[in-house]
Design a protein around this ligand. Structure first.
Ligand SMILES: [Zn+2]
Length: 334
């Protein structure tokens, strides 16, 4: 039945003039021996009332769609035939202006972050988005049963694999590949089961990691200050607040002075004058060890930048969902 419908649609689409189209109509819907008409006549012979009703519905639906397709094709053909005889083209008329595209805010921030850290000698590296539980959690100091696993709303693929919830597993992978010293950033996607004004099921992160002898928290501060000023302006100040992450010790959250009020307090910063920018800290000795790096000799810092968060702060976007809803009015703002 459906095959018949598909064949009819193909023939309708191929009909290039009204005469051919009439022939197609007759072949399928002709009063006496149209292919669909014949099928319709057979419905009455089906004994089971349930089956009869079901078949009737199917046949009617196909007939309806074929009829619609015939009418649409007829309209297209008649528009084309009248159009070609009356249309005139003024070759001297200037063409409509070309609309230039531009980068999506997230792509732009992504590009800027890479550029800023390239100036400090960071090399971009990547890792798999479909990750093993071991790399995503266990080796970054979140062993099975650890309470912090619950807070991440993970997309599990099976018992052993998941969509990475952060770019941090690449810390381990990069240590195992490159050893120490090293300076890398990991621009990439991460996934969590979350969707509201500031959380997205897929989001972009830039992980940063620096390992060498004698690396201290002050190095992290200097690095992130350079990043914040390069992104938001030279007059921005930053502050670090103690925080807790499993994979760093000590851990900090980094704030930047509000881009709107400059620190005096406004709606965006909820009166505090500060905006939360990112998290980081000194890499936990366990994590260094898991990456095959000797914590007695080397130390390092790591940080994670939320790209959407930077885009929202840099462009004053209050609801981050706008970034992903593909509303042309939003994304075409230069
Ligand atoms: Zn403010």
């Amino acid at each position: 039945m459906h095959a018949l419908g598909v064949r009819a649609h193909d023939e309708i689409a191929a009909a290039s003039d009204a005469g051919t189209l009439d022939a197609v109509r007759a072949r399928y819907l002709g009063r006496g021996d149209g292919l669909l008409t014949v099928v319709r006549k057979q419905i009455g012979a089906v004994a089971d009332p349930e089956a009869r009703r079901a078949m009737g519905q199917t046949v009617n639906a196909v007939v309806e769609r074929v009829t619609e397709a015939l009418e649409e094709r007829r309209a297209v053909l008649s528009a084309a035939s009248t159009g070609s005889s009356t249309e005139t083209i003024d070759l001297t008329w200037p063409p409509p202006p070309l609309r230039r595209g531009h980068l999506h805010p997230v792509s732009r921030v992504f590009r800027d972050v890479r550029r800023i850290f390239a100036q400090l000698g960071y090399v971009p590296v990547s890792g798999p988005e479909l990750e093993y539980d071991r790399y995503n959690f266990t080796l970054v100091n979140m062993p099975p049963g650890h309470h912090s696993r619950d807070t991440q709303d993970t997309f599990y693929v099976d018992d052993d694999r998941l969509l990475r919830t952060h770019t941090s597993p690449v810390q381990i992978r990069s240590m195992l590949i490159r050893g120490a010293p090293q300076r890398v950033i990991v621009p990439g996607k991460a996934y969590r089961r979350d969707y509201d004004a500031t959380h997205f099921p897929m989001f972009f992160q830039v992980e940063g990691m620096c390992i060498d002898e004698g690396i201290a928290l002050s190095d992290l501060k200097g690095t992130l200050e350079f990043f914040a000023r390069s992104t938001f302006g030279i007059d921005r100040a930053i502050r670090m607040r103690p925080h807790h992450f499993e994979f760093t010790e000590p851990s900090v959250e980094l704030d930047v002075t509000c881009a709107v009020c400059g620190g005096e307090g406004c709606r965006l910063c909820k009166g505090s004058g500060w905006l939360e920018l990112l998290g980081g800290g000194m890499i936990h000795p366990n994590v260094l060890r898991n990456g095959g790096v000797d914590p007695a000799r080397y130390s390092g810092f790591a940080f994670g930048i939320g790209v959407e968060r930077i885009a929202m702060l840099a462009y004053g976007i209050e609801d981050g969902r706008l970034l992903y809803e593909n509303d042309v009015r939003f994304v075409s703002q230069a």
